[in-house]
Design a protein around this ligand. Structure first.
Ligand code: ADP
Ligand code: MG
Length: 300
């Protein structure tokens, strides 16, 4: 999944605890096999290889994930789009880029992007990418999905409390052994030792998208790894977005979406959703919160 997972469980003893942790890790690895666009054997790769050629039959689980992802695309007006992946050929964040792609290259890259061209057939459980060269990828939703599944599995096994932590994206349930809520520290992305708020997480996810870990710099301008699928350009103006909601998959996708939307549109959008809150830090280091978060009331 390209990130580190830490699993915390509350259990009767360490033997049980370790067993539960192994179950969670197996589940995360199983999901990685299903959704990885890098593993040439995965069902996701089969879909990508057959872009413009033919529909591919996939497991219901993958079908449903893609179905939900395209619904989030509709909800966000295309700010979130798993078919953004074709842009991968233009913006590469592994240190290998030596110059900014040309406007022409960028324009061309988005021709192959568009969730409207992901054709789903529920009855046959097939996925078809209509255009040759199209690609899907779960970079912005897969971690959250895996965290939800690992959590659900542990709850089913009778684990009353725990945290699935995917590189800082938390999905928690139950309470600490001393009966207190799990607490999450919200830090300033530019200075991670500076905590500006502690918030309780009862049964839900706290997911952050930021531009401070994966980016490229050309002419002193920082281009983030979160890209507006409609233009092909990395989004600007936002330093980080943290989303609070019950479901980690949705939180993961929304963090990316709000990043693309920017502060004003992003806040308006989140304020219209029930049970979802967010904290946005803009590139001037100013903090913006959705309507039900009051940072002054939290115990710093
Ligand atoms: P992080 O890796 O910081 O948790 P995200 O969850 O926002 O960040 O995922 C970013 C990844 O999602 C990118 O590296 C890329 O693979 C993919 N991505 C980038 N832009 C979009 C987008 N607009 N819609 C969907 N996926 C995207
Ligand atoms: Mg995300």
């Amino acid at each position: 999944m390209g990130c580190r997972f830490d699993v915390t469980v509350v259990a009767e003893n360490s033997n049980f605890g370790n067993e539960y942790i192994s179950l969670a890790i197996n589940e995360i690895e199983r999901i990685e096999k299903l959704i990885s666009e890098w593993d040439s054997e995965s069902q996701t790769s089969a879909i990508n290889k057959n872009a413009g050629i033919s529909p591919v039959k996939v497991d219901k689980e993958l079908f449903d994930l893609i179905d939900r992802a395209t619904k989030i695309s509709k909800l966000t007006d295309g700010a979130f789009d798993i078919s953004f992946a074709a842009i991968d050929k233009v913006w590469i964040f592994d240190g290998s880029m030596t110059k900014k792609p040309s406007d022409d290259e960028i324009k061309k890259s988005v021709e192959k992007v568009g969730y409207q061209n992901i054709i789903l057939d529920k009855e046959k459980s097939t996925v078809f990418l209509k255009l040759e060269g199209m690609k899907i990828g779960f970079g912005a939703i897969g971690k959250g999905y895996a965290a939800d599944k690992a959590k659900a599995l542990l709850i089913e096994k009778g684990v009353n409390a725990g945290i699935i932590n995917a590189s800082g994206d938390l999905n928690a349930w139950g309470k600490q052994p001393n009966g207190e809520d799990w607490m999450v520290a919200i830090t300033n992305p530019l200075n991670k030792t500076k905590v500006f708020a502690w918030l309780p997480v009862y049964n839900g996810a706290v997911v952050t998208s930021g531009n401070y870990e994966k980016y490229v710099v050309f002419d002193s301008i920082r281009y983030s790894h979160i890209i507006d699928p409609r233009t092909g350009y990395p989004s600007a103006g936002v330093e980080s977005v943290t989303i609070f909601t019950t479901n980690a998959e949705f939180a993961d996708a929304l963090a990316t979406s709000v990043f693309v939307m920017g502060v004003e549109t992003g806040l308006n959008f989140i304020n219209q959703l029930n049970g979802v809150e967010c904290i946005i830090i803009d590139d001037g280091n100013k903090i913006h919160t959705s309507k039900n978060i009051d940072l002054n009331k939290t115990n710093n």
